[in-house]
Design a protein. Sequence first.
Length: 148
Amino acid sequence: MSNRTTFSAAEVAFIEKQRVARLATADADGNPHVIPVCYARDDARFYSPLDEKPKRVAGMQLRRVRNITARPRVALVIDCYDDDWSRLGYVLVQGRAELLPPDHPLHHHAVALLRARYSQYLAMALELHPVIMITSEHITSWGAAIQM
């Protein structure tokens, strides 16, 4: 099986239609952690902000951040559930994550994409916070994600 790293037109349409994804990371000992995240994408990467929604700890102390620092391999699942099971679908992106500090050349690009996708981010100072960048190494999809 080859490691596909580009999306079909149907997968792109599916990804753009969904509003939330699940980010899976693992700590240094391999313990998994999965959380819902907001995301935006360009042709090469996904971006997820460390935004100003209320959190229990500071952004750089979040478990996802600590896990990415320890093990940069991640999975991002963009899925759709419906009681009509003919509408079920997902795109699974496996790849490498890194934290883009505010002075990184791609940070401004990532913030612009996120603000275009989520109007709530227009009122947040995303430019002051790191952004998680995920570079795809393997893509898998199923169901409605490949039938659009």
